[in-house]
Design a protein around this ligand. Structure first.
Ligand code: AMP
Ligand code: MG
Length: 472
């Protein structure tokens, strides 16, 4: 093996309540379909040939220094507490400290059954693996915190879902896989020693300046507020904002039935399992606050003076909506070419969004062409745009470089659902051209790429993806 990963594992040194030792289960015929060599360089991985990469990132060969485990966690799923989840189909190989000094997890997703699998098969099929690869890397390129994709491997095996489907393994990289649900599992059991250990670990790893559990709560709140504002600004709908999918680091994690909106409407839902729209586009800020409240509920157990702890935690959580709003305003101001701060800005932005919703315009394209002065063509009734644009033009007079600001904050390219579906359908038939093309184009989403304008086109009526499905 010439492939070397300089593992430096810290989580696996914690007491065994936090995980179960679990080697990945080998697969029949691993075939490498993608390897992210830019990310590998950051992780200080010295790469081998395609066959070696396939062996390692399928889980057939566990590299030296790895200490494979499945992590323990619980979580609220659609508002209902599930006391035992855990990595049912993921194995954490270990951690590396990158060239940037950042410690990151390297995890195989779809690596076989674990003690937390319950009735699941521990596997993933090719579709969700490629979807997560493309969408998480696109998110990174958009400048929004996210887990990343290091590799995708076909297993040469089939998995049984509604039909037989090709199996695959995704290698996911995250600054950690600590979730709100990682805290909940110990808090719910009243295991305060583990909860304290976990809190110290999370502070050391993510927020070394945070002062105790309340400092951690505040830091997670700030990171999550920034994240949610980022999602809103690019029309991203996570789809399963359960507390087990809510990262302590403030990264986007668990790309299941996620989607970028085409036509703008605040009530948009894609996930087939989200029947009540709990995780609809415009509900995401409220849900982030709800999730933080679950973390708060766990952390207050660490205090002797419960009354004071509840008071402080409540204050921290209650400040979150205003924080999200602040980041949201900054993001949307920039989308309109505004870098300064004036009182009427909120009204200006919401007025545009209301008109966009009423006119069924494409979210991404409308913002992108604002800078070029072509946005009125997006509206069925251009008058609705014109009457708004007068006020906007007046506001821009005092702005130095609105055009540049707009182009840096309104992507031309997002991973559109219909393209992602086309990409998956082609890959199932062995065609990876669109997969590689999407990755290449989405790596620079704010650049005009005249040869790839077809990827900016919204879906035709027949191409519209109405529902997305969980990645299981
Ligand atoms: P997710 O919807 O991916 O956030 O997963 C929710 C829970 O279900 C986690 O505990 C997963 O590990 C588990 N899970 C999802 N898919 C599978 C599978 N195919 N086999 C075993 N466990 C799974
Ligand atoms: Mg999950």
């Amino acid at each position: 093996m010439t492939l070397m990963i300089p593992f430096d594992n810290s989580f696996a040194r914690l007491p065994s309540t936090f995980y179960a030792p679990q080697a990945p289960s080998p697969v029949k015929a691993p075939r490498l379909v993608a390897f992210n060599s830019d990310l590998a360089k950051i992780l200080q991985i010295s790469t081998g040939d395609a066959n070696e990469l396939a062996q390692v990132f399928a889980g057939n060969h566990v590299p030296d220094g790895a200490n494979p485990i499945a992590q323990n966690y619980a979580g609220h799923q659609f508002g209902h507490y599930n006391p035992q989840l855990g990595d049912g189909r993921a194995v954490l190989l270990g951690e590396t400290v990158g060239t940037d000094g950042v410690r990151r997890d390297i995890q195989l997703k779809g690596a076989g059954r674990t003690p937390y699998s319950r009735s699941g098969d521990g596997r993933a099929w090719l579709g969700p693996v490629l979807r997560e690869y493309v969408v998480s890397e696109a998110m990174h390129a958009l400048g929004i915190p996210t887990t990343r994709a290091l590799a995708a491997v076909e297993t040469g095996e089939t998995v049984v879902r509604e039909t037989l489907l090709p199996g695959a393994v995704l290698t996911r990289v995250a600054t950690s896989h600590l979730r709100v649900g990682t805290f909940q599992v110990f808090a719910a059991r009243g295991d305060l020693a583990s909860l304290r250990t976990l809190t110290d670990y999370a502070i050391t790893r993510h927020y070394p300046d945070a002062d105790g559990p309340m400092g951690l709560l505040r830091a997670v709140r700030d990171a999550q507020a920034r994240l949610i504002a980022g999602w809103m600004s690019v029309g991203f709908i996570h789809g399963v904002m359960n507390t087990d999918n809510s990262s302590i680091s403030g990264e986007t994690i668990d790309y299941g039935p996620c989607a970028f909106m085409d036509t703008y409407h605040p009530d948009t839902v894609y996930s087939s399992i989200d029947r009540n729209g709990r995780y609809a586009y415009s509900n995401q800020p409220d849900i982030a606050v709800w999730n933080l409240a679950q973390l708060a509920t766990s952390l207050i157990q660490l205090f002797e003076d419960q009354e004071m702890a509840v008071e402080e935690a409540t204050e921290i959580v209650h400040a979150m909506p205003a924080l999200i709003q602040k980041h949201w305003l900054t993001r949307f101001r920039k989308k309109l070419g505004i870098s300064s701060d004036q009182k009427g800005d909120l009204a200006l932005i919401t007025d545009l969004l209301d008109r966009m919703a009423a006119q069924n315009v494409d979210f991404t394209n409308t913002f992108r062409v604002l800078g070029a002065g072509d946005a009125r063509d997006q509206f069925v009734d251009p008058e609705a745009y014109d009457s708004w644009a007068e006020g906007w033009a007046a506001r821009l007079i005092s702005e130095p470089d609105p055009q540049i600001t707009m182009n840096r904050n309104n992507p031309a390219f997002i991973p559109r659902n219909h393209r992602v579906e086309q990409m998956i359908a082609a890959a199932v038939d062995g065609g990876y051209t669109l997969f590689h093309r999407l990755n290449a184009v989405l790596a620079t989403p704010y650049d005009d790429q005249p040869d790839h304008m077809d990827l900016t086109r919204p879906p035709a009526q027949s191409e519209v993806v109405k529902a997305t499905f969980c990645g299981t």
